[in-house]
Write a protein that binds this ligand. Structure first.
Ligand SMILES: Nc1ncnc2c1ncn2[C@@H]1O[C@H](COP(=O)(O)OP(=O)(O)OP(=O)(O)O)[C@@H](O)[C@H]1O
Ligand SMILES: [Mg+2]
Length: 459
């Protein structure tokens, strides 16, 4: 570059991903004014990102006619100026609402950095809510089988886990929530045992207050267990009926006669509770949908899961997917509520170069956990104390060594085995299986799940 010339970089044009940094910048610049304006104990401010990704502010009604309105207008316009096409036009930048709950209307929201009265609100076209984490259930252990990618042996591993837990004398309840690609129930039930209805039927009937009619006929027991019981609730019944027409409606919220609205995931929680009351299982195994999907979101964050298994194949797609998810939890400030329930599972670990494969899996898994969910390790300080050199500031908080076998990033391996590859009938395979075979393929996973369930029983 010639001397005296300054490089001209154009200002970045605001896109969706620049909204949050812009809002944060605005908050930092105007912290004093904002805290001053939000002086009442019950004041609040919502930074609302609507369905189209446009931003405006929502404030309590008390500001609408007040002399403070001008100051709010000025602050709002400062923010809007930086948001380009993601801003609301002048005069529509602020909405007023009676209270925060009314303004939220069930949308995802989280507090913004350091503020106790300023929330970011995200309206999504789906009801998926990755940022509202339900507390762990207290009674039955709920274990969710999830994967970013499909076809990684999740349902097979779930069926084998159910089989072993039942052999150990446990009462197991299995739910096929992979509604868009169901298959688990056929692995556990021969066709003559399939119940009349499934989860989809209940979700549809419940919308019109008819859930009880199908409730009694949506569970069947598997013929696979000798010493315990496996109760299976399939995605659909023996006769799937108009499955596609039903599937398109399962996400519907229920509008009750008293005007209240129940989201589909709350309806699902209610179903789980009723099933648990009726069947009294020791453990509930849930086959979730794969990918960052609406049903998966409900399974992972809203059903009070105690253990969430993250099936992983080595590869960028897996780790990018988990990174996106973990970052979302970090951003929404909920990572601490969920991270201790997570466990990586090495899906279908190949026979060839097994050790190297698992080492690579562990390394990449560790990278994602360190960057997103683990607490930062305080730098080690060396100083002189009483004439001797001491090491101080050792790590505190929630973090693990890469090699720590008890850590959530350390994969529980499910091994590839030719007898499970391209099976025509998993039901037939499981009916003829023995403990040793199950142990050699699924041992690490099953022991991990078993310990987690027993740990809760004795806690
Ligand atoms: N341990 C294993 N060894 C070899 N092949 C396996 C193993 N587990 C599963 N498979 C095979 O991999 C394929 C996918 O298995 P499965 O249906 O269990 O995966 P999934 O993750 O549930 O898939 P989807 O996302 O479609 O529900 C099947 O053909 C199955 O037989
Ligand atoms: Mg499956």
């Amino acid at each position: 570059m010639r001397k005296g010339l300054v490089a001209q970089f154009p200002e970045p044009i605001p896109t969706f991903d620049l909204i949050l940094p812009t809002v944060r910048n605005w908050l930092q610049t105007h912290t004093g004014s904002l805290n001053d304006l939000l002086s009442n104990e019950d004041d609040w401010l919502l930074v609302n990102r609507d369905l189209n990704g446009r931003v405006r502010l929502i404030l309590p009604e008390r500001f609408e006619e007040s002399e403070l309105c001008g100051r709010w207008d000025l602050l709002a316009s400062r923010l809007m100026q930086c948001l380009g096409k993601h801003a609301y036009p002048q005069k529509t930048e602020i909405l007023f609402e009676a209270n925060r709950e009314q303004a939220l209307q069930g949308a995802t929201s989280y507090l913004l950095d350091g503020f106790t009265k300023v929330w970011m609100v995200d309206r999504l076209a789906t009801e998926a809510n990755w940022a509202r984490i339900e507390a762990e259930t207290e009674n039955v252990s709920r274990v969710v089988f999830f994967s970013i990618k499909g076809g990684v042996g999740r349902s097979t591993a779930l069926a084998a886990t159910a089989w072993r837990l039942a052999q150990d004398g446990k009462r197991v309840l299995v739910l096929d929530l992979d509604l868009e690609s169901p298959g688990l129930s056929s692995a556990l039930l021969p066709s003559e045992r399939q119940p009349m209805y499934g989860i989809t039927d209940w979700l549809i009937e419940d919308l019109v207050g008819n859930g009880d009619v199908v409730f009694e006929s949506m569970v069947a027991t598997s013929n696979l267990s000798h010493d315990g019981e496996i109760h299976v609730v399939p995605a659909h019944g023996a006769d799937h009926g108009e499955y596609i027409a039903k599937l398109g409606r399962v996400w519907m919220p229920k509008l009750n006669e008293d005007g209240t609205r129940e989201t589909w995931s709350s309806r699902l929680s209610r179903l789980l509770q009723n099933l648990e009351e009726r069947i009294q299982p020791d453990v509930l195994l849930i086959d979730s949908r794969s990918g960052i999907d609406e049903i998966a979101s409900a399974c992972i964050t809203e059903l009070g899961a105690n253990l969430i298994l993250l099936f992983s194949l080595e590869g960028e797609q897996t780790w990018n997917g988990y990174r996106m998810l973990f970052e979302q939890w970090q951003r929404a400030g909920v990572a601490q509520q969920i991270r201790e329930r997570l466990q990586v599972v090495g899906a279908i670990v190949p026979e060839l170069d097994r050790v190297e494969y698992l080492a690579g899996l562990r390394e990449h898994s560790y990278e994602v956990f360190v960057d997103t969910l683990y607490d930062e390790i305080a730098p080690i300080e060396v100083g002189e104390v009483d004439g001797a050199w001491r090491v101080g500031g050792l790590s505190e908080g929630w973090n693990f060594d890469e090699a720590d076998e008890t850590s959530p990033h350390h994969p529980w391996a499910v091994n590839w085995h030719r007898s499970f590859a391209g099976l025509l009938s998993l039901q037939g395979r499981l009916a003829a299986i023995d403990s040793q075979e199950v142990e050699s393929v699924f041992g690490a996973l099953i022991n991990g799940v078993s310990n987690a369930v027993d740990g809760r029983d004795t806690a």
